[in-house]
Design a protein around this ligand. Structure first.
Ligand code: S3P
Length: 417
C-alpha cells in the first residue's frame, strides 16, 4: 500500500485542555481555534461549565469562545470521563478554590493513581478526602501555602496541577522532576505573561499582581496523533505523506528522534511559532527500520508513543528495547502488558521484563486479534500495524479513537487511498 497526500491531525489534546482551563480562569472572553473535538477535551469543557465557565460548543474547524469568571461550586460531582489530564489538572485548580468538589471518572480513570497529585496538594494546604489512590476524590481548597516539591515521576500532569494550584491559590511553587516532561503549561504561563521560571528541570512560579487575562490562541495539531500517520507512511510500500500543522515541541517529539535512529527520517518543513509552541509540517516516507534502544531519559518525550513505536519495532530488523516504561502500566490501560500481549497475539516476539519492553522485529505478516481495552492509543497503533502487506489484525473495538482522534479511521483510509 502507498501512503500519500496531505493530512492534518486534530488539535493537540494537552494544549486543548490547558487552553480551556486558562480561559475559564481568565475574567472575560477568550477565543481558541483548533481545539481537539475528542471526548477527553469535551470532559474538560463539561467540568468547567459545571463550575460556571461559559464555553461554546466545541466543533471541528470552529473557533470557540470561552467566558471565564470566578469559579462557582457545582451542585453535582465533576465527571472527568476517561481523561487523566482533566482529573489531575482540575484538582490543581480546585485546590485554589474555597469550596468543596468531588471528582470522578469512568472505570479506566477510576483505576489510575491520584495520590501523585493529592499528596503535594495536601502539603500546599488543600483538604482532600480519598479512599486509596483513586477517584472519586473530594477536595476543598482555599488558603494555600507555598511548596518546593521534588516529584518522584516525570509527569506533566503532576507539575501542571501544582502550577495551577499556585496560580489560583496565589502562592509560590517550585517543582523538580526526574526528567523533563512536556512543558505546555509553562509555555502558556509565559505566553499569557504570567511570571514563571524554568531551568535545569526545575520550574518555579512566584505569585504577582498579574492575573490571567482573556486571550486568543490557535492550538497546533497533536504530535501524538500525527505519530500514527507518520507510522503508516513509514510502513507503506511507497508514496510520500505531508502531515500539516503539527506541534513539534521537543518535549513531545522524542519519537522522531527514535525513528531517525531506526532509519526513518521525517523532515520538518515550514517551521513556525503558534502561541509560544513550535509548529511544522512533517514529510514522511517509507523506510526500512532497524531495532534500537530507547533510553529511560527519552521516555518522557515519547511516553504516549510507545505503543506505536513498539508496532514499528515489530517491523524492524533486530530487537528494540524500551527502558523504564513502568509508567505505561497506569495509562488509560496497562499499556506495558497489553502492547506486549497484543504483539504476541499477532505473531511477534515481545515481552515486558521488569519495567522494560522488548520487541523482536519480524517480516512475517501480523495476524490475530488485538484487545484494545478501550484504549485509544492501542486501537490506533494496531490499526496501523494492520496496514502492512498480508496483515490480518482484528481490533476488539474501534470507537475509543474518539478520545483523541475522532476522524482517525477516515484519515487512515484516505491517505492509504
Ligand atoms: C499529559 C501528560 C502525560 C501524557 C498524557 C497527557 C498532559 O501524562 O501521558 O497523555 O497533558 O499533561 P503524565 O503526566 O501522567 O505522564
Amino acid at each position: 500500500m502507498n501512503a500519500r497526500g496531505v493530512v492534518r491531525p486534530p488539535g493537540d489534546k494537552s494544549i486543548s485542555h490547558r487552553a480551556l482551563m486558562f480561559a475559564a480562569l481568565a475574567h472575560g472572553t477568550s477565543t481558541v481555534a483548533g481545539l481537539l473535538t475528542g471526548d477527553d477535551v469535551k470532559s474538560t469543557a463539561r467540568v468547567l461549565r459545571q463550575l460556571g465557565a461559559k464555553i461554546a460548543t466545541i466543533r471541528e474547524g470552529s473557533t470557540v469562545s470561552i467566558h471565564g469568571s470566578r469559579l462557582k461550586p457545582s451542585g453535582s460531582r465533576l465527571h472527568c470521563g476517561n481523561s487523566g489530564t482533566t482529573a489531575r489538572l482540575m484538582l490543581g485548580i480546585l485546590a485554589g478554590q474555597h469550596f468543596r468538589t468531588t471528582l470522578t471518572g469512568d472505570a479506566s480513570l477510576r483505576r489510575r493513581p491520584m495520590r501523585r497529585v493529592t499528596e503535594p496538594l495536601r502539603e500546599m494546604g488543600a483538604t482532600i478526602e480519598e479512599t486509596g489512590d483513586h477517584l472519586p476524590v473530594t477536595i476543598r481548597g482555599g488558603r494555600l501555602r507555598g511548596l518546593v516539591y521534588t516529584s518522584p515521576v516525570a509527569s506533566a500532569q503532576v507539575k501542571s496541577a501544582l502550577l495551577l494550584a499556585a496560580l489560583t491559590g496565589g502562592v509560590p511553587v517550585t517543582v523538580r522532576e526526574p526528567q523533563r516532561s512536556r512543558d505546555h503549561t509553562e509555555r502558556l504561563f509565559l505566553h499569557l505573561g504570567l511570571p514563571l521560571q524554568a531551568h535545569d528541570g526545575v520550574v518555579s512560579y512566584q505569585p504577582s499582581a498579574v492575573s490571567v487575562r482573556p486571550f486568543t490562541l490557535s492550538v497546533p495539531g497533536d504530535a501524538s496523533s500525527a505519530a500514527f500517520l507518520v507510522a503508516a507512511a513509514v510502513l507503506a510500500e511507497g508514496g510520500e505523506l505531508l502531515i500539516e500543522n503539527v506541534g513539534v515541541n521537543p518535549t513531545r517529539t522524542g519519537y522522531l528522534v527514535v525513528l531517525a535512529r531506526m532509519g526513518a527520517r521525517v523532515d520538518r518543513v515550514n517551521l513556525r511559532d503558534e502561541g509560544g509552541e513550535p509548529v511544522a509540517d512533517l514529510l514522511a516516507r517509507p523506510a526500512g527500520l532497524v531495532g534500537t534502544e530507547v533510553s529511560a531519559a527519552e521516555i518522557p518525550t515519547l511516553v504516549d508513543e510507545v505503543p506505536v513505536l513498539a508496532v514499528l519495532a515489530s517491523r524492524a530488523q533486530g530487537e528494540t528495547v524500551f527502558r523504564e516504561v513502568g509508567e505505561l502500566r497506569v495509562k488509560e490501560s496497562n499499556r506495558l502488558e497489553l502492547v506486549a500481549a497484543n504483539l504476541r497475539a499477532v505473531g511477534v516476539r515481545a515481552e515486558a521484563r521488569g519495567n522494560d519492553l522488548h520487541v523482536e522485529g519480524t517480516a512475517r505478516p501480523p495476524r490475530g486479534r488485538v484487545e484494545t481495552a478501550l484504549d485509544h492509543r492501542l486501537a490506533m497503533a494496531f490499526a496501523v500495524l494492520g496496514t502492512v502487506p498480508g496483515a490480518d489484525v482484528r481490533l476488539s473495538e474501534r470507537r475509543s479513537v474518539a478520545i483523541s482522534y475522532p476522524t482517525f479511521f477516515k484519515d487512515l483510509k484516505r491517505i492509504l487511498g
